[in-house]
Design a protein around this ligand. Structure first.
Ligand code: SF4
Ligand code: SF4
Length: 175
């Protein structure tokens, strides 16, 4: 007899389209509840504020232009097709709860399926995608700028982890 996947396998280790479907189902079920959950709303607001701080630091270091240029060169960029596997159902759910219409933008395998013409579809990326630690960035920025970037990234990752943990607790509680 075929065994049903565990909740953990479904959320974190299923195929990307399955994770996406699961996130939409959870969103339909939990959004009304979460919009009245003061603790969730606080965690969500904190995450949004820290995302703005990181975005400002990245803009100050002109990373948008650097990464776009890098991605346009042969073999450049960080968003390979394998990186889509770094997404998980709860991270996708966090984006749906923030009003992002998450969908697969390409499936020819040339890049991550969530990479569109305007860049990554996510407001809140998978944790592994927030690893701005390549030689291109190091070469063009001072140690102080790198420290600011690492600090802003670390605070965002920590807030993301707390929000994911809380949502996992809610999902487990609600069955
Ligand atoms: S983080 Fe570094 S390797 Fe990745 S796209 Fe930006 S410049 Fe290129
Ligand atoms: S940053 Fe976005 S587009 Fe790039 S690999 Fe991560 S999820 Fe995919």
């Amino acid at each position: 007899m075929k065994q049903e996947p565990s909740l953990r396998d479904l959320l974190f280790f299923s195929e990307v389209p399955t994770r996406l479907d699961a996130a939409y189902r959870l969103h339909r079920r939990l959004e009304p509840l979460l919009m009245r959950d003061f603790y969730f709303l606080q965690l969500q607001e904190n995450l949004q504020n820290l995302r703005s701080v990181l975005a400002a630091q990245m803009a100050q270091m002109k990373l948008g232009a650097l990464c776009s240029h890098c991605a346009s060169t042969a073999g450049g960029g960080c968003c390979s097709s394998e990186m889509a596997g770094e997404t998980d159902t709860i991270q996708i759910l966090i984006n749906l709860l923030a009003g992002i219409e998450v969908r697969i933008l390409q499936s020819d395998g040339s890049a991550c399926c969530f990479l569109g013409a305007e860049g990554c579809i996510f407001a809140f990326k998978p944790m592994f995608c927030l690893n701005y630690n390549c030689s291109h960035i190091h070469r063009r920025n001072t140690r102080e700028q790198m420290t600011e970037l690492e600090g802003a990234t670390g605070r965002l990752l920590s807030a993301h982890y707390h929000l994911e943990s809380y949502l996992l607790e809610v999902i487990t509680r609600k069955g």
